[in-house]
Design a protein around this ligand. Structure first.
Ligand SMILES: [Fe+2]
Length: 400
């Protein structure tokens, strides 16, 4: 039965069917469970006033199989879909909210773990569900967010990015939605044990000594121990606990052999290294995606599953959404959308001239359009041209 409730009447465990009244511009259309008091507070902060709940639905008990998340596409959004996707401009607004909320949650969880306090796993399930739903609406939006990162927040953003990559990769491999949710949550929590590793080891620019490396390796054990104290499913735990294992048995902490590593453990090993290579740190700049993909391919076999690496490369594309490219016309473009039929010719937003070293008029160019003679020359790095990508994205895409 569908009942109408004020947001103040919501209780953890209820299933929200729709939003009837809200203030502000923030779009919250996704149906779903509210699992925690914190999730209800988050709805209030988003300006939600009145909702409908489905009283026939209840959260499963501990012994029951969890019900898959509802399909989040609202009826009125179906008309807007192009090739089965919500337009990226629309989904980016939601993706930015999801990313920001995930960072708040990560920061809170790390501080809890540092003080040996329990983590709010329910909130991770909620945010993981929001990520998976966004990926199913248009995976380019959250993929874009993984590229717009900050040097100083590597630890927070790395886990969120790996979770997004896992959700996108899981969808690409046509896994079911509940499995994708479990591996996404596992990725969100995979490095949480790093908060127990001293900062000077965590952020050391050079090679770690043997003793330091031993301490670093312990982050997986710390993280697993923390998760064992909570109610997380086995797949979530497996993804978090095996993310540094390698096919040739040289990984850690268990040095597992290939036949002990499931497809999910093999997936996170790839997503973890890809994000680590492409991410900026306080002491070094990340490499362009295409260079990171080359390293993954080189290390496939001993370290990574060759077939999965090839699939990951197909999934990400040579020029992932959110990456910068230099065009033959000497312009810098931000990759905004992939072209399935022509992966080397995405839709880009040009905004900078490498000839004159200055910002230019912003233009959206579909490089697959036969009328366009321009083409990608190479990947580009923002630092090389002193481009403030954060500022550009916030001004052009997220301001209103
Ligand atoms: Fe790790």
């Amino acid at each position: 039965m569908i009942e109408t409730l004020d947001v103040d009447q919501l209780e953890p465990g209820m299933f929200v069917n729709s939003v009837l009244k809200q203030k502000g511009r923030k779009k919250i259309k996704t149906k779903g469970w509210v699992r925690t008091a914190e999730a209800i507070e988050s709805l209030k902060r988003s300006g939600i006033l009145v909702v409908t709940v489905d009283t026939d639905k209840r959260l499963p008990g501990e012994d029951e199989q969890e019900e898959p998340e509802e399909e989040p596409i609202e009826e009125d959004e179906e008309d807007e879909m192009v090739d089965g996707k919500i337009p990226i401009k629309k989904e980016l607004i939601r993706a930015e909210d999801i990313y920001r909320e995930a960072k708040v949650l990560q920061r809170k969880a790390l501080s809890c773990l540092k003080s040996d306090l329990p983590i709010d796993v329910g909130s991770f399930i909620d945010i993981g569900g929001n990520m998976v739903n966004s990926v199913f609406r248009n995976h380019d939006a959250l993929s874009f967010m993984t590229r717009i990162r900050s040097k100083d927040e590597y630890l927070l953003e790395h886990s969120i990015n790996v979770a997004i990559l896992m959700a996108i990769f899981g969808k690409f491999l046509e896994m079911d939605k509940q499995t994708i949710l479990s591996i996404t949550i596992g990725a969100l929590l995979h490095d949480i044990g790093k908060i127990k590793v001293p900062d000077e080891i965590l952020n050391k620019p050079g090679k770690l000594t043997e003793e330091e490396f031993c301490e670093m390796k312990m982050h997986v054990v710390h993280g697993r121990n923390a998760l064992l104290e909570h109610d997380v499913d086995e797949l979530t735990l497996e993804v978090a606990a095996f993310h540094h294992e390698k096919l040739d048995g040289t990984g850690y902490p268990h040095a597992l052999d290939a036949d002990e590593l499931s497809i999910y453990a093999r997936m996170i090993a790839i997503c973890d290294v890809y994000d680590a290579l492409t991410g900026d740190r306080c002491y070094k700049d990340g490499m362009p995606p295409v260079a990171a993909l080359k390293i993954l391919r080189k290390d496939s076999g001993p370290h990574f599953d060759t077939d999965l690496v090839n699939k990951f490369i197909n999934c990400m594309g040579v020029h992932p959404v959110g990456s910068l490219v230099k065009l033959k016309s000497d312009k810098i473009g931000l990759v905004m959308e992939s072209n399935k039929a022509e992966p080397l010719r995405p839709i880009v937003k040009t905004f900078y001239s490498t000839k004159f070293y200055r910002y230019t008029e912003i233009r959206d160019i579909n490089l697959a359009d036969p009328k366009i003679s321009d083409d990608i020359e190479s990947p580009a790095k923002a630092e090389e041209y002193k481009i403030d990508l954060h500022r550009f994205v916030n001004t052009v895409l997220f301001s209103s």
